[in-house]
Ligand binder design. Structure first.
Ligand SMILES: [Ca+2]
Ligand SMILES: [Ca+2]
Length: 314
């Protein structure tokens, strides 16, 4: 399947001389070159126990960009349920599905373009229906003898859910903890297995490995090319907070506070900050028929320790 999102070429050497001896790294943001309008993303999940809700997140690194839930409902057993994100900006995301008693289901490099995307229409069964593994009672990410031990406990097994030590042992949600739950846990696709990781596309997140020395400062220009419209284009930069402290996100203006909000005089708005990421949008009108190429901003990092730091642009 052809992806609408291309990785853009890197460039920019102009500033090198000015900025030495600070290290220069150039990253390029992967962005849609056509209209950047929000689209709808739909998919489906198969899991057990409809009495527990299912959470689906679109992540960039550890940063949650969007979240939707399949609400808890009545019934028991396995079932297939749809989910919808009504308004997702184009970009690359990691889709993460989580639910109590199930291991995490992750779909990497979900590339969202400028048309609605219905994952249920994907030719790959692991994407058209995300089948969660069930039986992780203690929530450690594995379904194994530890979970089996919980289920077998005299204070749990063959009892009603409201009269047990560990209600989560009711895997299918029928109100009882019994051989039906045991059967689920024992299934070959569940037992002695853990999280599921699927690759949606081969789009790579632009990433650099930066060798840093404790106390050193590093400039990281973020560049993009062939942009026809910045409207709604959000760029997220993720990094390792143990190695790097973000000092500045608009290096052309020194000492800009890194708080959510517009940075005066830059056309840049900080939309979100987490301990390991920052998301920016850009107010940079482009004349009809023109394309924009260049540095969109320059980050300054300070190294908190010596090591190899990973920085990614989403
Ligand atoms: Ca477990
Ligand atoms: Ca049960």
């Amino acid at each position: 399947m052809k992806r609408r999102i291309g990785l853009l070429t890197t460039f920019i050497l102009l500033l090198l001389l000015m900025l030495q001896p600070i290290g220069i790294i150039t990253l390029s943001a992967g962005v849609e070159t056509a209209n950047t309008v929000a689209v709808k993303l739909t998919g489906a999940v198969r899991s057990y126990n409809p009495k527990n809700e299912t959470t689906i997140r679109l992540m960039r690194g550890n940063t949650e960009m969007y979240k939707t839930v399949i609400a808890e409902t009545t019934g028991s057993g396995p079932l297939e349920q749809p989910f919808t994100f009504d308004s997702v900006m184009p970009g690359i995301y990691t889709l993460v599905v989580s639910k109590p008693c199930h291991t995490v289901y992750t779909v990497h490099a979900v590339a969202i373009g400028n048309v609605d995307l219905d994952l249920t229409q994907d030719s790959r069964p692991e994407i058209s229906m995300m089948k969660l593994r069930c039986g992780d009672i203690n929530g450690d990410g594995l379904i194994n003898d530890v979970d089996l031990t919980f289920l077998w406990m005299l204070s749990n097994y063959n009892r009603a859910k409201n009269n047990v030590t560990h209600p989560l042992c009711d895997l299918n949600g029928d109100g009882m903890i019994n051989d039906m739950d045991l059967t689920i846990l024992w299934m070959a696709q569940n037992y002695n297995r853990g999280a599921i990781e699927i690759q949606y596309s081969d789009v790579a997140i632009p990433t650099i490995e930066l060798a840093v020395s404790h106390g050193g400062e590093y400039l990281v220009p973020i560049s993009a090319s062939n942009i026809t419209d910045f409207t709604g284009m959000a760029v997220t930069v993720t990094y390792d907070p143990k190695l790097l402290r973000l000092m500045n996100v608009a290096e052309q203006i020194y000492d800009v506070p890194t708080a959510v909000g517009a940075i005066p005089g830059t056309g840049i708005t900080i939309e979100d900050i987490t301990p390991d990421s920052i998301t920016l949008t850009f107010d940079n009108p482009i004349p009809q028929g023109k394309k924009w190429n260049g540095v969109i901003t320059i980050f300054r990092f300070k190294a908190l320790a010596t090591g190899t730091a990973t920085i990614s642009v989403w």
